[in-house]
Design a protein around this ligand. Structure first.
Ligand code: ZN
Length: 197
């Protein structure tokens, strides 16, 4: 599998319950594992993520993100992810406030701010999420925590600059890269736009 210059491979897992779509599960992640040396960043858009942490860790996940809006207890899920040897990230949907993340800053390795409603590709970037990123970055700085802030949804060379300015430092690009005539060139453009922001 060509990595086209990406740093990580972001894998969206949807269960048809937490979001209407159904994508892939741990067996497919395991199949992909032998085809790529990139870190696997597995984004669980599923209702009860704590039940599946070990499955995805065994399948080769390096980073596991789960949603603050899921049914699983966040602190217990983070602990389970760390016990499985992975880095833990908490994801927040557009309507979920930064406050949902703040009590967990000490435990988290990354925060994922959704800039579209999770569940479908190709949606428009929600620029009004930038204040959430700024607030979270400030809270991390105040807590002395160097946590990655990841942005997922509608990332293009234009929107990546806004997200980087707001304080994000990890960017998920789906449609921009996969619909580009040259994926590697698009990744170069995205990287340049983020670092010049
Ligand atoms: Zn995602």
């Amino acid at each position: 599998m060509e990595d086209a210059g990406a740093d990580w491979l972001h894998i969206d897992v949807m269960d048809g319950l937490f979001v209407p779509n159904l994508t892939l599960g741990a067996p497919i992640v395991k199949c992909l594992r032998s085809s790529s040396a990139l870190p696997f960043d597995v984004h669980l858009m599923i209702e009860d993520p704590i039940r599946y942490v070990e499955d995805f860790a065994r399948a080769g996940a390096d980073i596991i993100s789960f949603h603050a809006e899921s049914k699983s207890d966040a602190r217990a899920t983070i602990r389970r992810i760390h016990d499985a040897g992975c880095r833990a990230a908490l994801a927040v949907k557009p309507n979920t406030c930064a406050r949902a993340v703040l009590p967990l800053l000490e435990e988290l390795d990354m925060i994922l701010v959704m800039t579209v409603e999770p569940g479908f590709g190709g949606q428009k970037f929600m620029a009004d999420m930038m204040h959430k990123i700024t607030r979270l970055r400030r809270a991390c700085d105040e807590a002395g925590r160097q946590i990655n802030i990841q942005v997922d949804g509608g990332i293009t060379p234009e929107t990546i600059a806004q997200a980087a300015q707001a304080g994000a430092n990890v960017f998920v690009a789906g449609s921009a890269v996969f619909n580009a005539p040259d994926a590697a060139e698009m990744i170069r453009q995205l990287r340049a736009a983020a670092s010049n922001a």
